[in-house]
Design a protein around this ligand. Sequence first.
Ligand SMILES: [Zn+2]
Length: 164
Amino acid sequence: MEHEPAEYLCLRCKDVGLRPTDSADGYEFFKCPRCERRFTKSPGMTALHDRWGNAISYVLYDVIFARDPPAEAERVAATVAEEHTREHIDTLIAEIRLELADPVQQVRDILNQDQPEEVLREYLRLLADHLEAANRDECARYTARRSEATWLMQHDWSEVLVRI
Ligand SMILES: [Zn+2]
């Protein structure tokens, strides 16, 4: 039993067999023992896609009824930047970049969306761009605060020296 070849390989690791975890209403769920990514096989489909709950699935949910998902990218990026930790945002950006550079699924299948695949991919690309820009702004503000603090420290120190 244990040595039976896995039916599906991890979409990301490519050479690691997935383990079935559970199933419900014709959906079958799998997990990769190496990267721990979770995947779903929807009823009537042969290809796997990311399972609900991964970082990309949440931002797809944000535009599930949008007529023009790319137009929502900036708004969603602002919400994500406000509501999530830096770590979550970095993971989200990395997962989007990975999927765009190495497409392993129809992202529209994750939530069974009506919008065309290329429109959702364009939305994801713009969203990652906005989030990266927000990260850079935050870094720039941090650096500015640091150099201000350094200047103040040096300034105070020189005043002290003058008074001695
Ligand atoms: Zn994997």
